[in-house]
Design a protein around this ligand. Structure first.
Ligand SMILES: C[S@@+](CC[C@H](N)C(=O)[O-])C[C@H]1O[C@@H](n2cnc3c(N)ncnc32)[C@H](O)[C@@H]1O
Length: 261
């Protein structure tokens, strides 16, 4: 996709979590506090990686829904596109996405944890159309893509970082580009897993509860520049949200960015 016709979304340096812009570069090189405090065991510990990075484990964690959620997300993109995967995912998600894009397409995966990037590079070795690099998604992306896929990241970040991440991802596509979010959602009343999930979240995933009733579109500063579509799965426990960029409506606010929240 060429740059012509792309909405001119701001690509100015912005602060992450209140940090002045001049230290944003340093922030990009360190693991966020919320990650090391809450998810060290899951993403920063080499021993756990061995157990967690298996399709069967990912499938169990998602109550057997991993395959269909991954397929639904991958099907939002087309052969030959350049797509960003916003954060590493255990199991075979990146492989599926790369397969969907084909040899002419390109998948770039970014993650803030060096261990995850090293693991991705190991897993995806030999694939010409995939690359992985360190990046903190609370900071703006340095380029644009045809599409972006954010698979179960938003429930793992504090609410204030979530809005920065959503804005930064939306700024990463041009007109017609899609940003796809797959994540938890509040299950319907009477869902047999409602209580077990509440317990799991309270024990292991402290930021998840705040996402369940959150309209992801409402987090976006430029909500109106996108067409939003949401599909619920598994009794409402999971959501797939597709934001498709339309033509920009207003020239005013061109310099607006996640820093202005
Ligand atoms: C995509 S999420 C959850 C994926 C899912 N639980 C799975 O099966 O792997 C996990 C990843 O998000 C990464 N992450 C968390 N905060 C991030 C940030 N601000 N920028 C980039 N990556 C981030 C973590 O390092 C971790 O590798």
């Amino acid at each position: 996709m060429s740059d012509a016709g792309r909405p001119s979304v701001a690509l100015v340096p912005v602060a992450a979590d209140g940090l002045p812009a001049e230290v944003a570069g340093k922030a990009a090189r360190r693991v966020p506090d919320y990650l090391s405090r809450t998810y060290r065991w899951a993403y920063l510990d080499r021993r756990m990686l061995y157990w967690l990075d298996r399709p069967a484990v990912v499938s169990a964690i998602l109550w057997g829904n991993a395959g269909r959620l991954m397929s639904a997300a991958a099907s939002c993109f087309d052969q030959g596109q350049s797509v960003l995967q916003a954060a590493a995912v255990y199991g075979d998600f990146s492989r599926r996405l790369a397969h969907r894009l084909g040899e002419d397409g390109r998948l770039e995966v970014v993650d803030v944890a060096p261990l995850q990037i090293a693991n991705l590079r190991r897993k995806l070795r030999g694939r010409n159309n995939v690359s992985a690099r360190l990046h903190d998604l609370r900071l703006p992306l340095s380029r644009r893509y045809d599409g972006i896929c954010c698979f179960f990241l938003l429930h793992e970040v504090p609410a204030e970082s979530r809005a920065h991440i959503v804005d930064n991802l939306l700024a990463g596509v041009g007109e017609g580009g899609r940003v796809v979010f797959v994540d938890y959602h509040r299950p319907r009343r009477g869902h047999p897993l409602r209580l077990p999930m509440r317990w799991i979240f309270s024990r292991f995933e402290p930021f998840a509860e705040s996402l369940l009733d959150q309209d992801i579109a409402a987090l976006a500063t430029r909500r109106g520049d996108f067409e939003w579509r949401r599909t619920l799965y598994f009794g409402g426990m999971y959501q797939l949200v597709v934001a498709t960029a339309g033509p920009r409506r207003a020239a005013a606010g061109d310099r607006e960015s996640s820093a202005s929240r």
